[in-house]
Write a protein that binds this ligand. Structure first.
Ligand SMILES: CC(=O)SCCNC(=O)CCNC(=O)[C@H](O)C(C)(C)COP(=O)(O)OP(=O)(O)OC[C@H]1O[C@@H](n2cnc3c(N)ncnc32)[C@H](O)[C@@H]1OP(=O)(O)O
Ligand SMILES: CC(=O)C(=O)O
Ligand SMILES: [Mg+2]
Length: 332
């Protein structure tokens, strides 16, 4: 078992993957106290697909998620673990952040995933935990990660991305997130993002997927609300029909309007479309800057509410404009 002093030391470290430094530090839009790293497109790739993983540095994605879970057949799990571990050390991912999706706690495979990945010299900066459903699973995950980290010489801290993808997980979301936050005080992870696993979720509730995704509306909005309540990034669903780039643009822009901060990508074609949709347009940033300036002037004149370019402006609209300017600054 890890010693307590080792666990405590872990808390004071930030990122293990120093070769991909954060481009900037600031609060997430709408948040005021967390370190924010843009994760607009999270490009998934099967962990045993070396050819695709080697293409990642050319794709300019904010984040790659090397998958040991559902993109990998049961007979290839060990191959995926070994390939991911080797790729972490052999590939220079450039500005792209590296994350690894392990198998769910429930699968019984997660421990072997963690033990294998922690053998890499270049550890991933984030661990993606799928199918989060219960407080007990989170306790098992934290205990197993602590044990695995105690076996290695470095003291990493990982960002954790939890994927919500079942009715049970949705109903338990608040206690699960509370438990993760409380476990992170004594464990080498920091909860950073909540993602929505639409395909497993649709299967779980017996929904039929549509391009409009109305069948996912309630769950997606719950994910955004929970993420914001806990100061997390909110990652929207994977659009699996990757050749339909027109629908993807609409779906990604809708996600951004809902308050998501990024979206899962499964194919290189999707990366620029998603990253564009989650970046504020230059026109909107100019509008926001003008609004902020006008707000300050009106405040000095003692006016809380005023008209700007045909719209009523008061404090909440100022906060939205500030979010926009802040996102733009972070993404540069
Ligand atoms: C519901 C969920 O769980 S989503 C998350 C799990 N799913 C995944 O991880 C799937 C990730 N995506 C993929 O594996 C692939 O995109 C597939 C299987 C859907 C399609 O793959 P392909 O048939 O190779 O697509 P396509 O021929 O259009 O690819 C064009 C090029 O992009 C590469 N490419 C495709 N997808 C990816 C990817 N995710 N990452 C990196 N490169 C990729 C291909 O290798 C190909 O280049 P190449 O010809 O030099 O080999
Ligand atoms: C992304 C994912 O795991 C899902 O949609 O099920
Ligand atoms: Mg899934």
């Amino acid at each position: 078992m890890a010693s307590r002093s080792k666990l405590v030391r872990v808390l004071f470290q930030t990122s293990v993957r120093l070769s991909t430094p954060l481009r900037s530090y600031c609060s997430a839009p709408g948040q005021h106290s967390i370190i924010f790293r843009p994760r607009r497109a999270l490009l998934f790739v099967a962990g045993n697909d070396e050819r695709k993983i080697c293409k990642i540095p050319t794709l300019d994605a904010d984040c790659v998620v090397m998958d040991c879970e559902d993109a990998v057949a049961p007979s290839k799990k060990d191959e995926a673990r070994k390939t991911v571990t080797r790729m972490l050390d052999e590939v220079d991912f450039g500005r792209t952040e590296c994350a690894v999706r392990i198998n769910s706690v429930d699968s019984g495979l997660a421990d072997d995933d963690l033990l294998a990945i922690l053998q890499a010299k270049n550890l991933p900066s984030a661990i993606v935990l799928p199918k989060v459903e219960s407080v007990e699973e989170m306790q098992t995950f934290a205990a197993n990660l602590n044990t695995a980290v105690a076996e290695i010489e470095v003291n990493p801290t990982f960002d954790l991305f939890a994927i919500l993808e079942s009715a049970k997980g949705l109903m338990n979301l608040q206690p699960i997130l509370q438990e993760i936050v409380s476990l992170s005080d004594m464990s080498p992870f920091r909860l950073a993002a909540l993602a929505f696993g639409s395909e497993d979720f649709a299967a779980d509730i017996g929904a039929s997927r549509t391009s409009e995704a109305t069948e996912l509306l309630y769950a997606r909005q719950m994910v955004v609300l929970a993420a914001k309540a806990f100061g997390l990034q909110a990652i929207d669903y994977a659009s699996v029909d990757f050749k339909d780039t027109e629908s993807l643009k609409r779906q990604a822009e809708e996600g951004a309007r809902f308050g998501f901060t990024g979206k899962v990508a499964i194919h290189p074609l999707q990366v620029p479309i998603i990253q564009q949709a989650f970046s504020p347009s230059p026109e909107r940033v100019v509008w926001a800057r003008g609004l902020i300036q006008a707000f300050q002037q009106h405040q000095q004149e003692g006016k809380g509410v005023f008209m700007y370019e045909g719209r009523m402006i008061d404090k909440p609209i100022l906060l939205q404009a500030q979010n926009m300017v802040q996102s733009e600054a972070v993404e540069k």
